[in-house]
Design a protein around this ligand. Structure first.
Ligand code: LMR
Length: 346
């Protein structure tokens, strides 16, 4: 009888042990809810940008934040500040270098203040397709350019597209490049963009992205160049009479981190961010292409602006007319980046 009692007690102890053990294993596998932790215990990445939520950059920033939160179980939080709410165009670069934000994705043109050679991306008719741009950015010339950013406490980890730029103005339809003569055009800070317009007789005015609408409204400029997603998201078509689908240049972004911040991350975290960025980059490229096509359809359908289209023949004429811009780049910067463009390599 005593023996039976001992066996019964031992069995109960065994069951308790097994149950406790099972509970412990389950809690180890269960993801920790990092959202309960304070900001000091999590990794917080503040990501500032100047465009709307409904643009390729705006959408990709949100996607990046969502995926990173999901894949890290909330350990990495990306706080996205759009529309220049936190830092405006012209302020965000210094904010990143100081470490006040950890991430921005400025147009490559805006990096030419630091690395003038990056203006290779601004050359008119430099690339015929998105594939050419993406391949160039991953080529040794492309890598060499972004590596130069490290001396400025910046690291570029991806390239995102806004798209190919189109021209709008309020004075006349532009079909021939000579139609640009005498117009004042808004540009981003890049001497190659300035040269592009002055080569065909326009003058230029440097204006922050978030002020373009106001300046168009006040008629201090006649026109501007931008991608259709930016053009529509800021309702510029309501203030301009003529649009030319010229696809004459590229607007894209380097996705930048503050280098000191990046170096402070553990190898695991860096790897996760890299993986997510690779995925988001592919997603963003497809989203940008799709969105710009949709925006063209919308503008065509609204019949709210006169639209001209450059055919292949006219594009070749424009490209020839823009050759002095290439000569300027070659003389001022370098042959290396220029000769590595796909159109000169093939
Ligand atoms: C512009 O200034 O037109 C663009 O760089 C804005 C943007 O970030 O797409």
């Amino acid at each position: 009888m005593k023996k039976l009692q001992i066996i019964a007690r031992l069995s109960i102890l065994l069951v308790i042990f097994l149950v406790l053990n099972a509970c412990q294993t389950a809690s180890e596998n269960y993801p920790i809810d990092y959202e309960q932790l304070s900001e000091d215990e999590r990794i917080v990445i503040r990501f500032s940008h100047v465009v709307g939520e409904d643009t390729p950059k705006g959408m990709a920033a949100r996607k990046f934040a969502e995926l990173l939160k999901e894949r890290s179980n909330g350990f990495i939080e990306v706080q996205v500040f759009s529309n220049g709410k936190l830092y405006k165009d012209g302020e965000e670069m210094e904010a990143l270098q100081r470490g006040d934000v950890q991430m921005i994705a400025p147009a490559t043109s805006k990096l030419t203040k630091l690395i003038p050679e990056i203006a290779i991306y601004d050359l008119p008719f430099a690339f015929r397709s998105y594939d050419e741009i993406h391949e160039y950015s991953k080529s040794s010339a492309g890598r060499h350019l972004v590596d130069k950013l490290e001396a400025h406490n910046l690291i570029a980890l991806s390239i995102w597209d806004s798209g190919f730029k189109q021209l709008s103005n309020n004075v006349r339809p532009i079909t021939h490049y000579s139609d640009l003569k005498g117009l004042q055009m808004r540009i981003m800070p890049s001497d190659i963009l300035h040269k592009q317009f002055t080569t065909v007789g326009s003058s230029t005015k440097l204006i922050d992205f978030n002020n373009v609408f106001n300046e168009l409204q006040k008629s201090t400029i006649d026109g501007q160049e931008n991608t259709l997603s930016n053009f529509t998201s800021k309702s510029m078509y309501t203030l301009q009479n003529y649009l030319t689908i010229s696809n004459h240049g590229y607007l894209g972004y380097f996705v930048l981190f503050n280098l000191e911040f990046w170096n402070s991350l553990s190898p695991d975290v860096k790897l996760l961010i890299h993986e997510v960025l690779v995925e988001v980059e592919q997603w963003e490229w497809a989203a940008a292409e799709k969105l710009n096509k949709e925006k063209l359809n919308e503008i065509e359908e609204c019949q709210c602006i006169d639209i001209e289209y450059l055919d292949e023949g006219s594009m070749e004429e424009w490209e020839q007319a823009m050759l002095p811009v290439y000569d300027y780049y070659r003389a001022k910067y370098s042959n290396y980046y220029l000769n590595s463009l796909p159109k000169f390599e093939n």
